[in-house]
Design a protein around this ligand. Structure first.
Ligand code: NAD
Ligand code: UPG
Length: 440
């Protein structure tokens, strides 16, 4: 099938590459000429495990191409995916301008039947608005389908190739057949394609992300309670997670959820609720808890250093909002950096993939942040180590190297990477989330 993907970011590039991998002829369109140039010449633009190999193969074999021209990109295409940004607007609602502008443009240039598929995360009713924007100038028949994406960064290729489910919102028989054929190779193991109406599909996406964010905020509150009551959140997590009704996943406490999705999507659902005069109480609490949680380690650090961080130097491991990605959107590490700098401290940072993104974002803070070449050089002359992202390379580090490089054997761990008994044995001051601290 000939497919177009408009927007070649984290979702668009994975979507385009994976559809090419199942034999389709895919053209990806992006307004970012630099991105298109890089991708066309075989240079991948994001770090996503497993993607590069598929990208190179499909580019080389001619099933994947890139252009900045929407007119060029949709030539002969039967299906057009919109994988465009839907960032939060000033009031928290999803900004639909990227999606609606492209829809209006499509309406002007479409000359035969096409299925326009909304893969961006959008509020209920957007399919109707997209259809109206296209119809304004369009003479040919078309269908608009809602097909929300559930991939997670860091495991995006696996999530796309073997989705738990595919949600397709359409009331058109013609579009249903096209979408069913397209996704058939991805559901061979029996995972379902769930056909529903457009509005239910749109809400499914927000409900899924909001529920997962709720699980995380709930556990973060349980972690706080554990510390106050002298319990261990790891034990409690295992204790509840082995109940099938609760499930083991998304129960890890930490320094808050980040990324380009949970923060904006929870906020957008709250806004959608307000628009229909409904106060979504649980989600308001989920957001409040997450705001507080991002700086969970700060009072611990301040307390250890007698509320005087001026002139202190910290080593920070982990900048990406989660491991196995270079994405730093709403990364908890950024909030910690901001707070430490504001308190007069300086920082050395290390991340396996996200260094250049942070360097670009925080270029105004040059001189206060050292970008270390290695996780161990990052520790030199630091008063303490702070861990913000659970990259595998941080899980079993060389504690000998850590203790010879750090000024003090002090670690504040926002991801509960180390065994408490071990840290006691090694003589560290070790504080984590929801577990009994180890004091020097
Ligand atoms: N990132 C994720 O893990 C994820 C997962 C599921 C759903 N989503 C949703 O998918 C959507 C896209 O997210 P993303 O993370 O891929 O965003 P992104 O910012 O990584 O990529 C968006 C791309 O669209 C391009 N673009 C902007 N305007 C354009 C235009 N007029 N024409 C062509 N290209 C244009 C940008 O240059 C960029 O490359 C959002 O709605 C998001 O909520 C994201
Ligand atoms: O037990 C957990 C699990 C996750 N997190 C945090 O939650 C955030 C999001 O993690 P994750 O969901 O793994 O990454 P995303 O790539 O943001 O994926 C989410 O957001 C995507 C965009 O909508 C959806 O497609 C995915 O299904 C949904 O999991 C990260 O900051 C994690 O550190 C925790 O704190 N504890």
């Amino acid at each position: 099938m000939k497919i177009t993907v408009v927007g070649t970011g984290y979702v668009g590039l994975v979507t385009g590459t994976c559809f090419a991998e199942t034999g389709n002829d895919v053209t990806c369109v992006d307004i970012d000429a630099n991105k298109v140039k890089k991708l066309s010449s075989g240079q991948i633009t994001i770090y996503e495990p497993g993607l590069e190999k598929l990208f190179e193969r499909n580019l080389k074999e001619g099933r994947l191409s890139f252009t900045t021209s929407l007119e060029e990109g949709i030539k002969g295409a039967e299906v057009i995916f919109l994988a465009l940004p839907t960032p939060p607007g000033a009031d928290g609602a999803a900004d639909l301008s990227f999606v609606l502008n492209v829809a209006a443009h499509l309406g002007k240039i479409m000359t035969d039947y096409k299925v326009i598929v909304d893969k961006s995360t959008v509020p209920v009713g957007t399919a109707e608005r997209v259809a109206a924007a296209i119809a304004e100038n369009c003479k040919t028949p078309f269908d608009v389908v809602s097909n929300p994406e559930f991939l997670r960064e860091g495991v995006a290729v696996d999530d796309f190739m073997k989705p738990d489910r595919v949600v397709i919102g359409t009331t058109s028989e013609r579009a249903r057949k096209v979408m069913g054929d397209l996704y058939a190779p991805f559901v061979r193991q029996g995972n379902p394609i769930l056909f529903m109406d457009e509005k239910s599909a749109e809400l499914t996406k927000y409900a899924a992300n909001s529920f997962l964010a709720t699980k995380i905020s709930f556990m973060n509150e349980i972690a706080i309670l554990c510390e106050k009551l002298g319990a261990d959140v790891d034990m409690v997590r295992r204790g509840i997670g082995s109940d099938d009704r609760i499930g083991k996943r998304f129960l890890f406490p930490g320094i808050g959820y980040g990324g380009s999705c949970f923060p904006k999507d929870v906020q957008a659902l709250v806004k959608s609720s307000e628009d229909v005069q409904y106060n979504f109480k649980i989600l308001n609490a989920v957001m409040d808890v997450n705001e507080r949680q991002k700086l969970f380690l700060l009072p611990k650090i301040q307390n250890y250093f007698n509320n005087d961080l001026g002139g202190k130097h910290f080593a920070l491991w982990g900048l990406a909002f989660k491991p196995n990605t270079d994405d730093i959107r709403e990364a908890p590490a950024l909030y910690i950096i901001e707070a430490l700098l504001a308190a007069g401290a300086t920082i050395s940072v290390f991340d396996p993939e996200a260094m250049s993104n942070v360097q670009r974002l925080l270029s105004n803070k040059n001189g206060k942040i050292v970008y270390a070449e290695h996780q161990y050089t990052c520790l030199e002359n630091a008063d303490a180590l702070i861990i913000a992202t659970e990259w595998s390379v941080f899980r079993t580090p060389d504690f000998q190297k850590i203790s010879t490089s750090l000024k003090n054997k002090v670690i504040f761990d926002g991801r509960n990477l180390f065994d408490i008994a071990r840290m006691k044995e090694l003589g560290y001051h070790y504080e984590s989330v929801g577990r009994i601290p180890v004091s020097l």
